[in-house]
Design a protein. Structure first.
Length: 389
């Protein structure tokens, strides 16, 4: 499916390079003091994209989303571009998510959700484009990769984790839900791992991101420049990119031990409700089980119930249907006080003491959860429209 460019970008592609020219080494990351929040460099057969908001852990703004979308569309149509490589500046993060703080401040200032509606609509269209691109898309998750950062990596064909990768979908902690395609991708992970990650916001580190099936490769961070230098020389065949990465890939990197908990995760998170999951975790009598219960009790109860329903539904929906469902959910959360309270407590006042609408998961009416999956005005995001649940 093709979408129109959302706005005219303020940048230009670098000149194309003929096969007779000398190879240009991969350029260094941009100066973190630069006011360019996202940069695009054409090098050989690759388009190298750098997220350049290191002080904000490269979190995505609407402008960054628009510019990335426009350039991905252009790269998809350019004959000489075979690969798109996305990385983050600053040494700490690939991308820590969407700038939900800005959405909250805009709501406080203007009293409406227009900025949020625009942000989520454009973000999900971009995520879908990444998932359906014919060109090779390589996400270098060398650092914090959370929320919106997952949306510009997990849908892509190649996803490189390093020893620095910290991966999470922490939305239930801020009164939101795991989005950017999570309702499609997470239920397709092994066992009940996706449900666990969606509800708890638990982080995976380093090699465990690869072992979980989230990353396609694990490469030591210091070898990333070598891989990127190699990619720009390659032809469009995805097999050649896979081979170039695998030359430096550790096929069996040592796990940090997290996945040893897979059996208890499968046992507990296979239950038919969030309440039943919590009861099962308590019944295990394990330190892990109690720690997870304690974590769930800190999350927004409404977010937990909605996230659980979305992940369960997403297992049986197409990618397009999942994005359409997520846009409905996002629109409803933009009207929910829990979202703004969660962002306030986590990112604005930073008191870490959100006052949710409901004290416990059992207090959330099922009718309220169901209403979040209902239609909203001007909702059509992609074709075909999502069926009613």
């Amino acid at each position: 499916m093709r979408y129109g460019v959302l706005r005219r970008p303020r940048f230009a592609f670098y000149r194309m390079m003929s096969s007779s020219e000398t190879k240009i080494p991969v350029l260094p990351l941009p100066d973190p003091k630069s006011d360019e929040e996202i940069t695009f460099v054409r090098n050989g057969g690759g388009l190298f994209v750098t997220l350049n908001r290191p002080k904000a852990l490269n979190s995505l703004t609407t402008d960054m989303i628009d510019r990335l979308y426009a350039n991905l569309k252009k790269a998809e149509d350019l004959a000489g571009v075979y690969h798109v490589v996305v990385r983050g500046a600053g040494g700490k993060a690939y991308c820590a998510g969407g700038d939900v703080k800005a959405l909250t401040l805009a709501k406080q200032k203007d009293g409406n959700t227009q900025m949020g509606q625009t942000f989520f609509r454009r973000e999900y269209r971009m995520n879908h484009l990444i998932a359906t691109m014919q060109k090779n898309y390589v996400a270098v998750m060398d650092g914090i990769t959370m929320g919106g950062g997952v949306g510009i990596s997990l849908p892509g064909r190649f996803r490189i984790a390093t020893e620095n990768t910290v991966w999470a979908m922490p939305e239930t902690a801020i009164g939101l839900f795991p989005d950017v395609g999570a309702s499609y991708f997470l239920p397709r992970l092994k066992g009940q791992l996706g449900v666990y990650l969606a509800l708890t916001g638990a982080s995976l580190k380093g090699a465990d991101v690869f072992h979980a099936g989230i990353a396609t490769h694990f490469v030591p961070s210091h070898l990333i420049p070598t891989i990127l230098d190699r990619i720009q020389e390659l032809q469009p065949d995805p097999g050649s990119v896979n081979y170039a990465i695998r030359e430096r890939h550790y096929p069996e990197p040592p796990s940090q031990g997290f996945l040893a908990m897979q059996p208890v995760i499968d046992q507990c998170f296979s239950k038919s409700s969030v309440e039943a999951i919590i009861d099962e975790l308590k019944s295990t009598g394990t330190q892990f089980g109690q720690a997870v219960v304690d974590k769930l009790e800190q999350m927004c109860p409404l977010s937990l119930k909605v996230a659980f329903k979305a992940i369960r539904a997403g297992k049986h929906l197409s990618l397009e249907q999942c994005f359409q469902m997520e846009y409905r959910l996002a629109r409803h959360f933009l009207d929910s006080p829990d979202f703004y309270e969660g962002v306030r407590a986590a990112l604005i006042d930073k008191d870490k003491r959100p006052k949710w609408q409901h004290a416990r998961v059992s207090d959330v009416p099922e009718s309220l959860v169901t209403s979040f999956f209902g239609q909203v005005d001007n909702e059509l995001l992609l074709q075909p429209p999502v069926p009613r649940l």
